[in-house]
Design a protein around this ligand. Sequence first.
Ligand SMILES: [Zn+2]
Length: 183
Amino acid sequence: MKVDLHCHSNVSDGVLPPALVAAHARQGGVDVWALTDHDEVGGTAAARAAAREQGMRFVAGVEISITWGGETVHIVGLQIDEDDPALVQGLAATRSGRDARGRETLQQGVLFDEFKQLGGAAIEVVTGSHTPDQYPVYAQLANAYGFLASRGTDFHAPGEARVDFAALPPLPGNVTPVWHDWF
Ligand SMILES: [Zn+2]
């Protein structure tokens, strides 16, 4: 089962509309797919319909930009309810930049500790944003901090991603996938 839980459409900074991202993912052999546009859930309905048409299982998602310890951190939300009023309102606030706060620089360990305390469940281990030699490093971090592991291309446009849908390797065997109890 090929799972890709990190992609962008032209609803945020991707190039293709959600339906074409779905078709591209399917061509790359993806079976379980999430559209995770930046601070936007406007493409969810189209993505869900396209996934169904392509025979993929769909996971509703969003990638939220936050300022945390003076740095911008991207949190991928999965299995979300895109109609949830608090989420919709929060995303609108994020888009208008009203969430900016925090000055001190956090170390990665502190960030992971805080993320865990706030209910963070997983970190990305195999992703187009990591180099292959970082996969085992993030697998080890996931296990050390008790996080589940996620996987996704961070696709924005055909030919642009460092790794395309078909080329991204599976999660290493020593981690627990974030989707382990979803289906
Ligand atoms: Zn992304």
